[in-house]
Ligand binder design. Sequence first.
Ligand code: ZN
Length: 275
Amino acid sequence: MAKRACCILISVALLVVVPHCTMIRQQLGMAVLPTQTEVQLGQELAEQVEQEEPVLPDAYIQNYVDGVFQQLVVHSTRDRPDIVYRVRVLDDPRQVNAFALPGGFIYVYTGLMLLAENEAELAGVLAHELGHVVARHSANRLATQMGVSLLTSIALGEEPGQLAVLASQLIGASTMAAFSREDEREADLYGLRYAAAAGYDPRGLETFFEKLYNLEGGARRGVFEGMLASHPDTRERIELLQRRIEQGGYTAGRLEEERYGQVLARLRQGYGLEE
Ligand SMILES: [Zn+2]
């Protein structure tokens, strides 16, 4: 047991020394939080999210978003095949947000959908969230917040009942808690890659960030995983995506404006918003 904890600590040191090595980070995630435990924790958290946040009671829109999502999942599954990815739309037009729980549970608020202008933007955001799951960012964040030894004990089954306790501690503060800047950049690049691979315009995530950046005050203050719209990181992230699109030889892809327009009209009608 002591030996195992020691190995994990060495991996943590490696993570600090070689911050760009995704492989090491993924191995660290696996060591700290094995997939089975990650999925169990994700399920606990998902149940709590859905008790506290209403799921949009519109099967047409849920199916539509799942259809977009599944086109991206084909690609994320190649990078991380050991989990089942799932998306749900949460019913709050004031929340411009989306987030990923451990284990592949992804949520998007209707407020984010109302801000997006086309399917490529929604796809970019969903693909970004898939990137967090593929790169196991939650495990790294949990290790920092909760401590490696507690997570290891839970994974080894030494702390029965602790998983539920951990989930309830996390739910208040952390579903929207910020990942590190590096995690966000990494998820952005996954997002770009998956959205483009699914045939979407690679600029979707970038143009969505532009909208977020330009939001000013009011009820729909821009938040994306807790990040304020005017945060300087948003500008940096836009520039990184632009550079990567230029250098990566991406070609134009689908925007699906018309199809998205129909979904938007339905959403707006449901909320009694003006066209
Ligand atoms: Zn993110």
